[in-house]
Design a protein around this ligand. Structure first.
Ligand SMILES: [Mn+2]
Length: 358
């Protein structure tokens, strides 16, 4: 079992660095990662004096069982009143809130907290989650394996003439059968010209001979996400489209070769652009190569333009997803999940990059 107390010690360092007395965590992911609590609602307050969580009657027993070392406070009616009472009762004068709080909750809480100084934070919490332990890496491996099993089965029933939605529905069913708790995100299927929409939602468009079909999918299993994209080649793909396809594979290889401890995330980002720049096609790529995966589908490290700060270290897991998008014509993306190891990188995704159907 994860050491949640040790994880919360990271939050105490955060309080010291920022001169705060407490932090209020409200997202499912942070409640689960910092306290082990899997209920759908809860307000976790971490202070130097201890950890406290307000929950409603549905979750009192579950929270006491799961959130070891956290004092559970049950509320009956006035949810934010109970949260305010907990915060004030701990003598908190300066409090960090999680950025995902709704404006509605923010204004009510601000009103109830009177003179407490409030600030907003998000990135720091996900940076604490950036380096995964062995148990977390195993959970991610399992989520990847589940998605790859389901995708492999889906590929075997792919045919010219089926729709984008047919593919997405089939994957969804297979993934749940293969052990997924749910999908990590709505499956993306973009065929032919719709592949240029980087995040295309699956429609009734019928897949034709010669289409390249971007399939981006992942599952959520035992608290962790997987994320993979394959561009499936249907029938007789034109030489020009195959050239684009192969260029993206070259970019993927260049990015993977650059991953090792001590290099900056931005160096990996830069490496993936070299083939695109050489062919004068970089304007058709997005501004980011990848993102961390873990309890959230998008977390740190951000492998994107603008992040000059993050240096890779062993235990980080993130996606490499180079792509080229030509509006009205086609799109190609290939996405693998990689683990930074002691002396390099391991590709956790094992599905072949090039898949032909029909
Ligand atoms: Mn992704």
């Amino acid at each position: 079992m994860a050491d949640y107390r040790k994880r919360r010690e990271g939050l105490l360092r955060f309080l010291d660095e920022r001169g705060l007395d407490g932090v209020l965590l409200i997202s499912y992911e942070n409640r689960r990662w910092f306290a082990g609590f899997t209920g759908s609602l809860g307000y976790l307050l971490v202070t130097r004096g201890g950890a406290f969580m307000v929950v409603d009657m549905r979750y009192t027993t579950q929270a006491r069982q799961q959130a070891e070392g956290v004092e559970i406070i049950e509320y009956r009616a006035d949810r934010l009143g109970a949260v305010a009472k907990m915060i004030l009762g701990c003598g908190v004068k300066r409090l960090a809130l999680e950025a995902c709080m709704t404006l509605d909750e923010y204004f009510v809480l601000k009103d109830r907290l009177g003179g407490v100084e409030l600030s907003c934070e998000q990135e720091y919490f996900t940076e604490l989650r950036m380096v995964k332990d062995a148990e977390e890496i195993q959970a991610i491996r399992s989520a990847i394996e589940c998605a790859e099993t389901a995708f492999g089965q889906t590929v075997r029933m792919m045919r010219i003439g089926m729709t984008e939605k047919d593919i997405a529905d089939e994957f969804s069913y297979r993934a749940c059968k293969a052990g997924a708790d749910k999908l990590a995100f709505d499956t993306i299927v973009g065929s032919g010209p719709r592949g240029a929409l980087a995040h295309a939602f699956p429609t009734g468009r019928v897949i034709e001979n010669g289409d390249m079909v971007v399939c981006d999918l992942g599952v959520f299993m035992d608290g962790y996400c997987s994320d993979m994209t394959r561009t499936v080649l249907f029938g007789d793909v034109s030489p020009e489209h195959m050239r684009i396809f192969r260029l993206v594979q070259e970019s993927q290889d260049a990015a993977f070769a650059a991953v090792r401890p001590g290099v900056r995330a931005i160096d990996v980002e830069n490496a993936h652009r070299v083939p695109f720049l050489r062919e004068n096609l970089d304007n058709y790529a997005l501004r980011g190569l990848g993102h961390g995966i873990g309890v959230e589908i998008h977390e740190c490290p951000r492998v994107q333009i603008g992040n000059e700060r993050t240096v890779l270290s062993p235990g980080m897991v993130f996606t490499l997803e180079p792509g080229l998008y030509f509006p009205g014509d086609c799109g190609v993306r290939t996405e693998d999940d990689v683990l930074v190891t002691e002396n390099g990188a391991e590709n956790l995704s094992h599905t072949p990059h090039e898949i032909h159907v029909g």
